[in-house]
Design a protein around this ligand. Structure first.
Ligand SMILES: C[S@@+](CC[C@H](N)C(=O)[O-])C[C@H]1O[C@@H](n2cnc3c(N)ncnc32)[C@H](O)[C@@H]1O
Length: 250
């Protein structure tokens, strides 16, 4: 079933493919190489930490959940020698991720799926990374239960996200405010739950949003969306803390 939000992301990804400037600005601020398309706020340094936290050995299976265009997961798989699976509810994102893997000459299994219905078997993945996306899980409990179901015992889950410092001000922040990562991971039965603040990642984020907010988007819908998100993010700057959450399946 294609949801309204999946259709929104389909259009978002289709627009982005027509607007290389957004990618260029994003990569420059996040310190990412040209072959790594991101639609989030994780820096190159942050990716190294995320990769370490997954503790993947060669030949193990990595799931990049809400993988978007697949860039981060492919990079982690390349560094660790893991087999790559990517799931996202946007069919357009999955097409773009598949095309990226083909261009890079990499094997990867990208498929359409939902946070709470990945289509993967019980205990079939060794590590799960979910970058700047788990706030879209609705309800969150179903997504966290799915993470636990598909991970092998001892498998690691690594999430990058934001948590509110105070009361939410807009729908966007209300969604983040509902998310209590440590509580959700613990409720789903994970061990070794940690949630640590990463203020240093927010420096690059702020500089990127300042550039986005200052640009004139004209009639380019991807630039318009990027600009509007920059304006909105700066308006509420300081209301969110940047976090890295990790846990181990029992
Ligand atoms: C901010 S983007 C991040 C994409 C990618 N992780 C990255 O870092 O480049 C959020 C992603 O979450 C996906 N998403 C949102 N809701 C979802 C759901 N219910 N199930 C699966 N994916 C979802 C969107 O399609 C989008 O690709």
């Amino acid at each position: 079933m294609t949801t309204e939000r999946a259709r929104y992301f389909d259009t978002w990804y289709a627009n982005m493919a027509e607007s290389p400037l957004v990618d260029e600005i994003q990569r420059r601020h996040l310190g990412l190489p040209p072959g790594l398309p991101s639609t989030s706020l994780l820096t190159w340094d942050g990716l190294a930490e995320v990769t370490d936290e997954l503790r993947l050995a060669p030949g193990r299976t990595l799931l990049d959940l809400a993988c978007g265009r697949g860039g981060y997961g492919l990079e982690i798989a390349s560094r660790t020698g893991a087999k790559q699976v990517g799931v996202d509810h946007s069919a357009v994102a999955i097409e773009q991720a598949t095309a990226l893997a083909d261009r890079l000459g990499r094997e990867a299994d990208f498929r359409v799926g939902e946070f709470a219905a990945t289509g993967l078997a019980d205990g079939s993945v060794d590590g799960i990374v979910c970058i700047d996306s788990i706030q879209f899980a609705d309800p969150p409990e179903a997504a966290f239960a799915e993470l636990r179901r598909i991970l092998v015992p001892g498998g690691r889950v690594v999430l990058t996200c934001w948590e509110p410092r105070g009361e939410p001000a807009t729908e966007r922040y209300a969604r983040l405010a509902r998310l209590q990562l440590a509580a959700e991971l613990a409720r789903a039965g994970f061990d070794d739950v940690t949630v640590v603040e990463r203020p240093e990642w927010q420096g690059a984020e702020r500089a990127m949003w300042e550039e986005a907010a200052a640009l004139e988007p004209g009639d380019d819908p991807a630039l318009r969306s990027f600009h509007d998100e920059g304006v909105e993010s700066l308006r509420h700057w300081g209301s969110l803390r940047r976090v890295l959450a990790t846990a181990t399946a029992p």
